[in-house]
Design a protein around this ligand. Structure first.
Ligand SMILES: Nc1ncnc2c1ncn2[C@@H]1O[C@H](COP(=O)(O)OP(=O)(O)OP(=O)(O)O)[C@@H](O)[C@H]1O
Ligand SMILES: [Mg+2]
Length: 256
């Protein structure tokens, strides 16, 4: 816990903390939320290590490193895929996980992060430095920036100068850090368009039998000119039926 960050009764950040926190997630909490990235290698982890390999190849081939994960509709599994992929990535490579679903944040709750230090929305509102929103995850080369409280004025925060600045700084790091961003669904707002213009590529999570082809085309239009660099088929019916031990995913990964 970072004692430097103080909140007033309204929840506004009072101190300009720079340190963020160190955090050890509870295995039980992760398991309850189907997050397998910190657990020993398993069949559930394997789809994420496959997507990790493809994404690392793409990053090295193109010199890009900031990727947003989205989907057409609410509940397709964006946060699930992003959190698991980030943890799988962080087992072998420096990784930053950023939550930019400001309207319906879930990452803090999913990982069990405390609520009493600054969130991404506080940084975007100019109330604290980016570093104050950092949670360094023990046991992995992973830094998480989660949203502390929902913000209905998300588009105002996402359209400002603070987001490009933070992501530009991540792009400029020497360590080759991969940044994965959890986003809102494409259908509900133009938040995704505001995020897309600051990232190198988009990963789309689709659900078999639920995500329409036209919705995927709409996402490509929304994020253009940022490329869709891959798709992840979540909760694949045919895959589950064919090989249950292979998990719920197919990675239809297409390098740009
Ligand atoms: N492949 C999966 N295996 C097990 N649980 C899953 C899987 N995909 C998603 N879930 C669970 O389904 C629920 C919805 O997933 P998640 O919150 O990741 O979707 P989302 O697209 O981020 O939703 P939102 O649009 O609200 O942000 C969560 O409880 C998540 O843990
Ligand atoms: Mg989500």
């Amino acid at each position: 816990m970072n004692a430097e960050v103080q909140f007033n009764p309204q929840g506004a950040v009072e101190a300009q903390a720079v340190a963020g926190i160190s955090f050890t997630p509870e295995a039980r909490r992760l398991a309850d939320n189907n997050i397998v990235g910190l657990a020993p290698p398993s069949n559930e982890l394997r789809p994420f290590t496959m997507i990790r390999a493809a994404l690392l190849d793409h990053a090295r081939a193109t010199g890009t490193r900031v990727f947003a994960v989205t989907s057409a509709d609410p509940g397709n599994g964006k946060t699930h895929v992003t959190a698991n992929l980030a943890m799988a990535m962080a087992r072998i490579h420096p990784t930053v996980l950023v939550e930019l679903d400001l309207r319906r944040p879930a990452l803090g709750e999913r990982l069990g992060l405390p609520g009493d230090y600054a969130g991404v929305e506080d940084y975007l509102a100019g109330e604290c430095p980016w570093s104050a929103t950092r949670a360094c995850i023990e046991g992995l080369d992973l830094t998480v920036h989660r949203v502390r409280r929902p913000r209905l004025d998300a588009e105002v925060l996402l359209a400002g100068d603070a987001l490009p600045l933070a992501l530009h700084n991540l792009q400029a790091t020497q360590s080759g850090t991969i940044c994965l961003i959890d986003t809102p669904p494409a259908i509900l707002s133009d938040d995704l368009a505001l995020i897309a213009r600051n990232v190198d590529g988009i990963l789309v999570v689709a659900e078999e039998g639920r995500t329409a082809k036209a919705a995927l085309q709409d996402i490509a239009h929304t994020v253009s000119p940022t490329p869709i660099i891959g798709t992840v088929l979540n909760r694949s019916i045919s895959q589950t039926a064919r090989r249950i031990d292979y998990g719920y995913y197919q990675s239809g990964y297409q390098p740009a």
